[in-house]
Design a protein around this ligand. Structure first.
Ligand code: GLN
Length: 253
C-alpha cells in the first residue's frame, strides 16, 4: 500500500461544475488498487512545500473567483515550479488551467497573472464556448485515447508554437474554437477545459495521473502500470458523453 499525497489548490474557490468530483474518482481508483489517497487542501495563504505532494489539483471557476486567487497563486509559483521539476504531477481544469499559463485577461479586462507552468496565454472573448466536447489524446506514444466532457469558457487559450496540446478536438471548441487543439500537456502537467467533472467519464486519465503520482511517490522515473479495473459503468459514461459531443458539440456558426 502506498499513500499518494494530493494537494488540492483552492477547493473553496475553484470548484465549478463539481470539479471536486475528480478527487472522489482518484480516491476510489487508488483504493481499489490498495493505495490510499491523502488529500490536503491548499488554501489562500497556505504554503506549498515542494516534495510534500505527488499530485496537485486545481479546478475551474468564474472570473471573479480566479481574480481572488490569482495573486495568492503567484506567491506559490516558485514552490510549484520546484515541485514539478522534482516530478510532481498536476491536473488543472478550466479556470485553473488558464492560471497555469502566463496570464488570463478576463471578460471585463482584468489582467490576472499566471504562474507559467504551461506555455500559453488566455484572453476572454465572445461568444462563450459552451457545450459538450470530445478530444483525442496520445499521452503515451502510440496509445490513442479519447476524453469527453463539457466546456464553458469565455477564455481563448493560445498555445506557444512549441507547446504540446493535450489533444485534438473531435467535437466542440477546445482551447479557442479555431486551432483544433484542446488543453496543454508538459510532462506530468496537464491542463484542460473539460468539466463534467472530467475523471468520472474518463477513467483512463485518472489512472494515468495516479501512475504519475505513484512514480513521484516511489522516486522512479518510469510510471508503474496500475492493474485494469472492470470499468463497465465508467466506459458507458464515456460513450454517452462522447456521443453527446459528436451530436451537439459546440462550433462557431
Ligand atoms: N472564467 C473562465 C472563463 O470564462 C473559466 C471558466 C471555467 O472555469 N468554467 O473562461
Amino acid at each position: 500500500m502506498t499513500v499518494i499525497r494530493v494537494g488540492h489548490l483552492y477547493p473553496d474557490y475553484l470548484n465549478i461544475y463539481a470539479d471536486r468530483g475528480n478527487i472522489a474518482v482518484l480516491t476510489r481508483r487508488a483504493a481499489w488498487r490498495g493505495h490510499e489517497l491523502e488529500v490536503t487542501a491548499i488554501a489562500m495563504g497556505d504554503q506549498v512545500t515542494p516534495g510534500e505532494h505527488d499530485l496537485y489539483y486545481v479546478g475551474g471557476g468564474q472570473d471573479r473567483e480566479q481574480l481572488l486567487v490569482a495573486e495568492d497563486l503567484l506567491g506559490k509559483a516558485q514552490a510549484l515550479h520546484e515541485a514539478v521539476a522534482e516530478g510532481a504531477a498536476v491536473l488543472a481544469v478550466c479556470g485553473g488551467y488558464q492560471l497555469l499559463g502566463r496570464g488570463y485577461r478576463g471578460f471585463h479586462g482584468e489582467n490576472m497573472p499566471g504562474i507559467g507552468l504551461l506555455p500559453l496565454e488566455t484572453v476572454a472573448g465572445e461568444p462563450r464556448m459552451i457545450g459538450d466536447v470530445l478530444i483525442e489524446c496520445e499521452l503515451r506514444p502510440g496509445e490513442q485515447r479519447t476524453l469527453a466532457g463539457f466546456e464553458n469558457h469565455a477564455g481563448r487559450t493560445h498555445l506557444d508554437l512549441d507547446a504540446e496540446p493535450l489533444g485534438r478536438v473531435l467535437a466542440g471548441f477546445g482551447n479557442d474554437g479555431q486551432s483544433g487543439f484542446e488543453g496543454c500537456r508538459s510532462g506530468r502537467v496537464v491542463g484542460t477545459y473539460l468539466h463534467g467533472p472530467l475523471l468520472p467519464r474518463n477513467a483512463w486519465l485518472a489512472d494515468w495521473l495516479l501512475e504519475q503520482a505513484l512514480a513521484h511517490r516511489l522516486g522512479i522515473g518510469e510510471a508503474p502500470e496500475l492493474e485494469p479495473l472492470p470499468d463497465g459503468l465508467e466506459s458507458r459514461a464515456h460513450e454517452v458523453s462522447a456521443a453527446r459531443a459528436r451530436a451537439r458539440g459546440g462550433r462557431f456558426d
